[in-house]
Write a protein that binds this ligand. Structure first.
Ligand code: F6P
Length: 762
């Protein structure tokens, strides 16, 4: 999250946004909130921020200005700051903001020694606004003595004595543990008594940031990165390449036949050093080791996170709650092997004795995206096997258009659901069952045509599938991490179990690398660090996945669930709001199709997008010059994004085409490419099961690294629950006899419209 802080003073407004250099503009007598907003907008046009803090020199209660500031104009009370600025905005008293910036814990009284006397209490990081300045003191008020007027009339020595006397009185009155003196006039003090400390006037901005940070200071490793980000201002990637001939080599890592070139991203040696320090300071390696060791790091569900055990190709045991899970993992793999081989060989037949020709996997989320994506990625290897179909959407069109082409006598249905309670999957499974019985007539035949993949035997039985037809996995496998488990059964059915094992081998190779390589050479960690560098520090929170590989056309959708369901979190593992932007928006399309759709925005739009380009050096479908063209396009895009095309080049090009005068001038701005847009290129020899396993495990561990750096739990998904609950309730309303009034007016209207149409149709 990027925070704008505006510190409104009597002569200036000071501005700062996370990671940038401060700016300021004039305020003064008669200065209004409208002028403040106009000034902020004019001075921050090139900054992006998600929220704002405004420190005003007035009493503030529950985020509202209570009195017009004495040293500015009118209109501050009741002004809609948030509406005018267009982002969530918190208003705070300026002294309270300074106080927060100087907070060192405990209970602190802050006294701002300026022209007046600002007062605030910070109690365990929470600011309590105070207005003590106008309380009687001696024969006048505290402000009369401690403010600028007191300094003038008393002289420096006496004023200092009075300030310390007042500080002790006020400290005792609010039962603070210590007093912090801030404001410009604190400079007159050299020595201070034990319970009085000097504030950091330059840290008012820090206070503005802390307003949004659940009052927790940003750890030092993050602060160093934010400070370092300023060194990237005005520095272009093209310039980096011109001045560093080793850049491409230095910022490329390899594992097996995988090459990851991140040299076209905004990093230098210092950036990488700071990022590695961040990884160490945040304990990424320790959390990784706890994951591999089977500790319950999915804290909200009290579960271990052990998709790595599913592809543990070593003989190392993996202990969960005192028990080695590897024998169960191997037994489940054996079950998959024997079943997939017997279906593929024709030994397993339908109830009429006919060979199985089509397999329908019914599942959603992780029970669909993984097997669907892997099956289409390995499509060249499916020759001779059954045809695979994937139905996930509860929209009847999905099931209807799939079944329309199938023969129930030669179709096998795999009902895949970890919980076996997911509404969409169960609705689709019931429809498939009815469709099948419509042809087979006898429930006994279900045994030959329906299998289940689940952790929930009770529900599987209740549905009518016998335990012998059930493929198991365990609660320590997250849905989006489950393609390596029995959820991968459709893959084994499509390409054969040996190929499925190669997929596991590839993932295991990446696991070993992730487990043992130092941060600086650790591919998933480096990608994760780059991810947070862009998303949290540089404020680039949109990430495009661009496979130059038609067979990976479902990869962006798969990674959307992996990344966004894992790291789309707003509180940390302890339930505290996170202070930085977390999971980016992930999207994408295969190249070259994307080039003719959204690449315009990547090259010339106003926002930055980080891009992953993925390409194999050889094609699984060698066909004339196609693959050379594909590679040329892929590499050209990364070069174009980085280099861009400057005005001089555009002018030269257009004039050499004969364009001059107004026609030339009109076209020039449209043809400029600013460049300096980041991308990472991931190259492999050819897309095969092993490489795919490596790639997917790489992305899993990248997501893990990012979650660990942000301190969020990447393994729960509570955000999907509310919609599910409401859908159940609305489903009842839709079947009701009368209009509903139980929701807001818009939702009522939509439900009642649908209910009446449905009623008429019957
Ligand atoms: O909707 C969220 C989710 O729980 C995903 O995490 C999961 O992959 C999907 O639903 C399907 O769940 P299940 O496998 O239990 O049907």
């Amino acid at each position: 999250m990027r925070i704008l802080v505006a510190d409104v003073g009597g002569t200036h407004v000071k501005l700062m946004v996370t990671g940038a250099e401060p700016r300021k503009f004039d305020s003064g007598d008669g200065f209004t909130p409208e002028q403040l907003i106009a000034g902020i907008k004019a001075h921050t046009a090139d900054w992006t921020f998600d929220v704002a803090t405004i420190g005003v020199p007035s009493p503030v209660l529950r985020g509202a200005v209570m009195e017009e500031p004495w040293n500015l104009g009118r209109g501050w009370v009741g002004f809609d700051y948030e509406g005018a600025l267009g982002v969530p905005t918190r208003i705070i008293n300026d002294a309270a903001m300074q106080a927060l910036g100087s907070d060192e814990g405990g209970r602190m009284l802050f006294l701002g020694l300026g022209s007046g006397l600002g007062t605030a209490l910070v109690d365990e990081g929470r600011v309590v606004p105070l207005e003590l300045a106008h309380l009687p003191f001696r024969d006048q008020t505290f402000e009369d003595y401690c403010g600028q007027r007191g300094l003038r009339t008393l002289g420096e020595a006496e004023w200092k004595a009075v300030v310390l006397e007042a500080a002790e009185l006020l400290r005792a009155a609010v039962a603070a543990e210590y007093v912090v003196l801030g404001g410009g006039n604190v400079r007159f003090f050299t020595d201070l008594p034990t319970r009085v400390r000097r504030g950091h006037n330059d840290r008012a901005f820090e206070g503005g940031f802390r307003v949004w940070a659940d009052e927790r200071p940003l750890p030092a490793a993050w602060q160093s990165l934010f400070a370092h980000a300023a060194t990237w201002k005005g520095r272009s990637l093209a310039h980096c390449f011109e001045h560093d001939r080793d850049r491409a080599v230095r910022f490329t890592v390899r594992l097996g036949d995988l090459t990851v070139d991140y040299s076209k991203t905004h990093v230098d040696t210092d950036t990488m050093k700071l990022l590695a320090e961040l990884a160490r300071a945040t304990g990424v390696e320790a959390l990784r080791d706890r994951m591999f060791a089977g500790e319950p790091i999915n804290t909200t569900e009290g579960r271990a996170v052990l998709h790595t055990a599913l592809r543990n190709r070593s003989d190392r045991p993996v202990i969960v709650q005192g028990r080695d899970v590897m024998p169960d993992v191997r037994a489940a793999l054996d079950h998959m092997r024997s079943f997939s081989e017997s279906v593929r060989s024709g030994q397993w037949t339908g109830h009429t004795g006919a060979r199985i020709t089509d397999i329908v996997n019914i599942g959603i989320g992780g029970s669909d995206l993984g097997p669907a994506m892997v099956t289409s990625a390995l499509e060249p290897l499916t020759v001779g096997g059954p045809r695979l179909h994937f139905v996930s959407n509860v929209d009847g069109a999905h099931m209807g258009q799939t079944l329309r082409h199938l023969d129930a006598r030669t179709t096998l249905v795999v009902v895949a659901s970890k919980t076996f309670t997911t509404q969409e999957t169960m609705a689709n499974a019931r429809t498939a069952r009815e469709w099948f019985l419509g042809s087979a007539r006898d429930e006994a035949h279900i045994a030959k045509h329906f299998v289940a993949v689940s952790t929930n035997e009770t529900e599987v039985r209740r549905f009518g599938i016998a335990p012998e037809q059930m493929f198991v996995f365990w609660d320590w496998v997250g849905g989006r991490y489950s393609v390596w488990s029995s959820i991968g059964l459709p893959v084994a059915l499509a390409v054969g179990f040996d190929r499925f094992e190669e997929l596991l081998d590839g993932a295991f190779q990446m696991d070993e690398h992730f487990r043992t390589a130092p941060v600086e050479q650790n591919i998933p960690m480096l990608l994760g660090l780059l991810g947070v560098w862009y998303a949290s520090v540089l404020g680039v929170d949109t990430h495009a996945v661009l496979p130059y590989e038609q067979l990976l056309h479902r990869l962006p959708a798969y990674l959307q669930q992996l990344d966004m369901e894992s790291n789309g979190k707003r509180v940390d593992r302890h339930g505290r709001p996170v202070s930085l932007g977390t999971g980016p928006i992930v999207w994408g399309e295969p190249g070259t199709n994307g080039q003719h759709a959204f690449f315009q925005l990547l090259h010339q739009g106003t926002r930055q997008v980080t891009c992953d380009f993925l390409v194999g050096l050889e094609s699984p479908y060698p066909l004339g010059a196609h693959h050379r063209l594909l590679l040329a396009n892929c590499f050209a895009q990364t070069e174009a994004l980085m280099h861009g095309k400057d005005e001089a080049a555009v002018r030269h090009e257009l004039t050499s085409q004969g364009l001059t005068g107004p026609a030339l001038e009109a076209l020039v701005p449209h043809k400029i490419f600013p460049g300096n847009r980041p991308s990472t290129t991931i190259v492999y020899r050819t897309l095969n099961p092993r490489t795919l396993g490596m790639l997917l495990a790489m992305y899993e561990h990248k997501v893990f690294t990012m979650g660990a750096l942000w301190g969020v739990n990447s393994f729960d998904q509570w955000g999907v629950e509310l919609g599910k609950q409401l859908a159940r309730r609305i489903d009842e309303d839709l079947t009701g006899d009368v209009d509903t009034h139980a929701h807001d007016a818009s939702t009522n209207q939509l439900i009642n419209l649908a209910r009446r149409v449905a009623k008429r149709a019957h």
